[in-house]
Design a protein around this ligand. Structure first.
Ligand code: UD1
Ligand code: MG
Length: 468
């Protein structure tokens, strides 16, 4: 045993040196992900509208990791760029070539230089590991010392590493499927791959890992047996199989999405949201819905949506990047795009699209309307077929509609343009100039009637047809 390990062991035996230690996370994301059959690296595929890697990063943040390092492969520079954007500089380690999970963790050593504390290993393709389980791993290590591993009882353990336990319940080693004996294969207690260890101990143990196994890889799982010989016992924290789910293919990605949706629907209903047909409503990781909101069937929430209490989202709506005020009604078949803010009691009806627009209290657009880049005053009423013409092929322009204004059906509002408070626009108008408060603007061809025209026209046409 190296001198470093021996000294660490002495200090690890003292409970008080294990308390309130700094925390770090290492997230492995260097796998090729070839089974995804995608140009997009596996860990950037989304579950619940958030990249799988970002779920792991969020878990690390939730447990208060002061340092987080993501290990990526040389084949996927976009993963490194993504991480640098999300976590800042010095948070990416490159493993090239990938020689196994132990080798991957070693790649993070330089990025964690100078860190003295506990570290948890997470995975960029396992989005559901709950922060509460990671807390338990840290707590177990704080209470008992040594290493902690998250295990679970697998319904079908095939393919997982198995936790081989001693009589006292601690883990003596982890054996991979391909290296396991018949008796070991019968063990259902499986390895999630999530571990917690003293960072320095971890890196010391990793130096001892060899690749003498069926896959000729450096197995991270070997730290358990190596740790035990060095005096660091591994304790198990039990988790749920669904929490440890890893994604390798589009089929598994869809399975993960299903789990996310089912859990979110349940949580929503438990928080007082009414879902008439839960299975047909889709949420994102950050969807916020207050109690006493009713969501009718077939509604899709993209990211960045907040719905205040008492609102009703009617059937077949697609909503993203929108704030929906108290008691507002949306749909059926409405589309709210990013930058939409609906005040209290706003009504958005069928076949209405709203983008980057603010609706004041009780304003309404009930039918067949496009409102983009606009401010709509309180109580303003947009008639059927109102269109904001916000784009000239180069730039977007804003439309401002005053309070209590009444926009006649089929009005085209050519932005930039302002409709004054309480003003009216005549149906079918194309409004290109500002309208003062309280005025009526009519901008359409004047109607005239030609007496008898229809009768003459029909007679002429009929005569020509009879001749043929
Ligand atoms: C691993 C565990 C196994 C556990 C299972 C849980 C090992 C040796 N085995 O097996 O005990 O039951 O996870 O799902 O650790 N990775 C790298 N670089 C590498 C190799 C892997 O970053 O060189 C990453 C992969 O992208 C993946 C994770 O590590 O996210 C696990 O690798 P994988 O090959 O899936 O390991 P398993 O065989 O599933
Ligand atoms: Mg795997």
């Amino acid at each position: 045993m190296g001198f470093g390990l021996k000294r660490r062991l002495d200090s690890d035996k003292q409970a008080k040196t294990r308390m309130s230690r700094a925390r770090a996370a290492i997230i492995l994301a260097a796998g090729q992900g070839t089974r995804m059959k995608s140009a997009l690296p596996k860990v950037l595929h989304e579950v619940g509208g958030r990249a799988m890697l970002d779920w792991a990063i969020a878990a690390a943040a939730a447990i208060g990791a002061q340092r987080t390092v993501v290990v990526t492969g040389a084949h996927a520079p976009v993963v490194g760029e993504h991480v640098a954007r999300v976590l800042g500089p010095g948070t990416v380690a490159i493993q090239d070539p990938p020689l196994g999970t132990a080798h991957a963790v070693r790649a993070a050593e330089a990025a964690l230089a100078g860190f003295d504390g506990d570290v948890v290993i997470l995975y960029g393709d396992a989005p559901f590991v709950p922060a509460a389980r990671i807390e338990e791993l840290f707590a177990t290590r704080a209470a008992k010392g040594g290493l902690a591993v998250l295990g679970f009882d697998a319904r079908n353990p095939f393919g997982y590493g198995r936790l081989v336990r001693t009589e006292d319940g601690t883990v003596s080693r982890i054996v991979e499927e391909k290296d396991a004996s018949v008796a070991e294969r019968a063990i259902t207690l499986s390895n999630s791959g999530v571990y917690c260890a003293d960072a320095r101990v971890l890196f010391e143990l990793l130096r001892l890992v060899k690749n003498e196994n069926a896959k000729q890889e450096y197995y991270l799982t070997d730290i358990v047996a190596l740790g035990r010989s060095a005096g660091f016992v591994t304790h198990v924290v039990m988790g749920d199989e669904a929490d440890t789910l890893g994604v390798n293919s589009k089929v598994e990605l869809a399975a993960a999405e299903r789990i996310f949706q089912e859990r979110t629907r349940l949580a929503m209903m438990e928080a007082g949201v009414t879902l008439i047909d839960p299975g047909s409503v889709f949420f994102s990781f950050d969807t916020e819905v207050a109690a006493d909101v009713v969501i009718e069937p077939n509604v899709y929430f993209g990211t960045g949506v907040r719905v205040a209490k008492g609102a009703r989202i009617k059937a077949f709506c697609h909503i993203e990047g929108a704030e929906i005020g108290e008691g507002a009604a949306v749909g059926p078949s409405a589309r709210l795009r990013p930058g939409t803010k609906l005040g209290r009691g706003v009504k958005i009806g069928n076949f209405v699209e709203v983008k980057n627009a603010v609706f004041g209290e009780k304003a309404q657009a009930s039918h067949l309307t496009y409102v983009g880049d606009a401010d709509v005053g309180a109580r303003a009423n947009l008639g059927a077929g109102t269109i904001t013409c916000n784009y000239d092929g180069f730039d977007k322009h804003r439309t401002v509609i005053g309070e209590d204004a009444f926009i006649g059906s089929d009005t085209a509002l050519v932005a930039p343009v302002t409709i004054g408070a309480g003003a009216y626009t005549g149906s079918g108008s194309v409004i290109t100039k500002n309208v003062p408060d309280g005025a009526l603007a009519v901008a359409r061809g004047k109607q005239r009637e030609i007496e008898g025209w229809a009768d003459t026209f029909r007679a002429k046409k009929q005569k020509a047809k009879d001749k043929e």
